[in-house]
Every structure is written in C-alpha cells, then in structure tokens.
Design a protein around this ligand. Structure first.
Ligand SMILES: Cc1cc2nc3c(=O)[nH]c(=O)nc-3n(C[C@H](O)[C@H](O)[C@H](O)COP(=O)(O)OP(=O)(O)OC[C@H]3O[C@@H](n4cnc5c(N)ncnc54)[C@H](O)[C@@H]3O)c2cc1C
Length: 362
C-alpha cells in the first residue's frame, strides 16, 4: 500500500518510519523536512508536567510514549544515533513556592510509579555545581531528553534505508486519491497522513471541517555552548512561579527554553524573547553570561482547538491526521507513530491513543 505523509517534522517522520517498517511504501512530502517546531524543540522528556495533572487521557498517552521511548530509540540506533539520553532529570526549587510545587509533583510521580527521589539543597549543588543555591529538588533517574535534530536526521536515514522516500516539495491540495504539489506535479496515494504541524489545515481540497484548525503557538529558545558542558543533567529550574528548562547536550550545547506566545504565524526572534530567557537563566545559573552564544530561534507549536493531539482517521476516506501535539510532540512521537502505523495497516492501535481521534471535533 502506497502512503503519502504531508509534513516531515518529528511526527510525520516517526510515523513514516514505523509505517515503512510494517511493509507500507511511504513517501514523505515536505519542502524542508524537520525545519520547524521539531528543529528548534529542546527535546525535553520530563517525568511529567503540570499539564498532565488534570488530564487523565493525555496522561495515559504520555505514559505510553514514555514507556515506548527506550525501545523506539534502541531500534532507531540500529540505523543511526537517536540522540536519546535517559540519565535523569533534576527539578530544582529556588524559592519556597517552587519547593511546594515539587512536593505536589513528588506525590504525583510516586502515585504513577515513576521513579523519583527528593534531594536536598546540598544534593542539588553536588549534582549541578553551576546552579545558584537551591532550596531542594527532585531527581527522576529514568527520564531525560532527546536531541530532536539528531532524532529527525536518524528517522530520515532509517526511512530511506528501508526503502521509503522523502520528497522536498509542498503539498498544496488533495484531489481524490492524489496530492498536488507546489511544482504542479501529482502524487497518487492509497492512504494520506496530514502531519504538517500548524500548517496542516492550510492544505486545500478537503471538505470544510474535515481538518480542525491547528493554531500556531510561538516559542523562542536559546542555545549556548561551553566546553566542558556547564550542566551534567537535564534540568528544570523552578522560581518566581515558572519553570525554565535547561537541556545540556554531550557536545557542550545548552538549550534554554522557552517562551509561549500567541502571535499567529510569527516566527521572528525578538530581543525581548532573548532577554527574557537570558534573565531567567542568569537567576539560576550565575555563569550563564560567560557561555558562547550559539543560536536563538523561534518556531510554532501546533495547538488543536482543545490543545490535545489529533491522531487517526478523518471523516474523509483514506485521509488521516497526526498533528496538534502542542508542547509535547517530541515526547509523544513514539506513541503517535505506533498508533498511526496501526491505523494505516488496519491493525491494533495503542488504547491510550484512541481518545485522540480527529472525529471528536464532529
Ligand atoms: C521552542 C519550542 C520548544 C519545544 N520544546 C519541546 C520539548 O522540550 N519537548 C517536546 O516534546 N516538545 C517540545 N516542543 C513541541 C514540539 O516541538 C512540537 O510538538 C513538535 O515538533 C510538533 O511536530 P510536528 O511534526 O507536528 O510539527 P513541525 O515540527 O512543525 O513539522 C511540520 C512540518 O510540516 C512541513 N509542512 C508545512 N506545510 C507543509 C505542506 N503544505 N506540505 C508539506 N509539508 C509541510 C514543515 O516544513 C515542517 O517540516 C517545543 C516547541 C517549541 C516551538
């Protein structure tokens, strides 16, 4: 069966790899694969976040993806490095409100059976000597991060090695069982997956309402560099009512994120965004100003009407949707890919993915 996937971000590429593995013949169509949200993402894979506390269905989906990550990464590593690290996440509290928040998080993780230990201020200083003095924290030894740039490059390598194709073009329109590309050419499909992030609903030719609007939520993110790396562990620094994530890579890169801005399709890096992230980082990492500036970037998180992922068949025969992953697309890529491969091959779909059908929007 011939499958076309419109959009080669982490969601489209992970789906493509899994579908090709299941014997389908997959073509990913994207003018610039892995260049948007998936390119700028920090790839933080935290042990949970406040979004999950009162969202049992999202929590189940998240936990399923978390369970799948190690084998997903290991299988991918048969082709190329996955960029996955599972060497712990440190949550550090820099004020008493934050300490209280972490008490809540500790109870939440313990209830779910996610390994977690409370650590003292001295432990935080030992684990991350570069941090300003903290009041205490949590260490989640089985969590970590993935480098989305490495991950998406490897997904493309793996897809091509299995016989799949990546076509550098834009999908403009769907016309029956054919997609029309930016250069005017037509590519036929048996099944089509729309996975173009917050551009998904711009693809024309489908009945009104078949695809929910996927709104863009801007995020700006900073990359610095030091040799040796300034931080030892993936971390979240909690202070002044918010949390800043700090993701060190083994090559010395330190990713600091991120802003949340509802500004439509605006991908401009601003001085204010840069200043905000640097100021928040300086509060918890006194040495941050000495690091080499590497990159400041911005992209758009795909947000569905209810801010939850949209995964599965639409009401148009043979047209499927995998989008709306908002703040968690990198985390949710293994379970999304598994679910989409199930839908595309008419085989079992992981139960936690079922409530995220596009048909919930009517
Ligand atoms: C600053 C920032 C930090 C983030 N940090 C994290 C994090 O730490 N952990 C986490 O899990 N998530 C994080 N996210 C969220 C995550 O990046 C997204 O949820 C995820 O990348 C969405 O993947 P996607 O493939 O759906 O979309 P995208 O990565 O946006 O990919 C969409 C693709 O579609 C292509 N496209 C667009 N229009 C067309 C068309 N007409 N035809 C063909 N192709 C088209 C684009 O070129 C692009 O390659 C972050 C996001 C941002 C912005």
């Amino acid at each position: 069966m011939n499958v076309v996937i419109a959009g080669g971000g982490v969601i489209g590429l992970a789906t493509a790899w899994r579908a090709q593995q299941r014997g389908l013949s997959v073509t990913v169509v994207d003018p610039a694969p892995a260049s948007k949200a998936s390119h700028v993402s920090a790839g933080m894979l935290p042990p949970g976040n406040e979004q999950l506390y009162d969202q049992p269905k999202l929590l189940a989906l998240y936990l399923a993806s978390r369970d799948l990550y190690p084998s997903f990464a290991a299988e991918l590593e048969e082709f190329a490095p996955s960029g996955y690290r599972r060497d712990g996440v440190l949550d550090a509290a820099f004020d008493y409100d934050a300490l209280h928040t972490l008490d809540h998080q500790f109870a939440f993780q313990e209830d779910l059976g996610i390994a977690v230990e409370k650590v003292t201020a001295e432990d935080v200083a030992r684990l991350q000597p570069a941090f300003a003095p903290a009041l205490g924290g949590l260490l989640s030894p089985d969590d970590g991060a993935v480098d989305p740039r490495v991950l998406t490059a490897s997904l493309q390598t793996a897809l091509k090695k299995l016989g799949g194709t990546v076509l550098r073009e834009r999908v403009v329109r769907v016309d029956g069982h054919t997609v029309i590309l930016g250069d005017g050419s037509a590519v036929p499909f048996d099944r089509l997956v729309l996975a173009a992030g917050c551009w998904t609903h711009h693809i024309e030719g489908l009945p009104k309402g078949a695809i929910p609007e996927i709104r863009p939520v801007k995020g700006q993110i900073l990359r610095l560099h030091s040799d040796p790396p300034l931080l030892n562990l993936t971390a979240r620094a909690l202070s002044k009512g918010s949390s800043l994530y700090l993701v060190p890579r083994l090559d010395g890169e330190l990713v600091i994120g991120a802003t949340y801005e509802e500004r439509g399709y605006d991908e401009v890096v601003t001085a204010a965004g840069t200043g905000q992230l640097l100021a928040r980082a300086a509060d918890v990492l006194p040495g941050v100003g000495n690091l080499r500036f590497a990159e400041m970037s911005a992209s758009l998180r795909p947000g569905s009407p209810d801010d939850l992922p949209v995964i599965g068949p639409t009401n148009v025969p043979d047209v499927f949707l995998a989008s709306g992953h908002f703040r968690m697309g990198v985390q949710l890529s293994p379970v999304t890919a598994e679910a989409m491969a199930g839908y595309l091959t008419d085989t079992a779909v992981p139960n936690p993915a079922v409530p995220f059908s596009p048909l919930r929007f009517g």
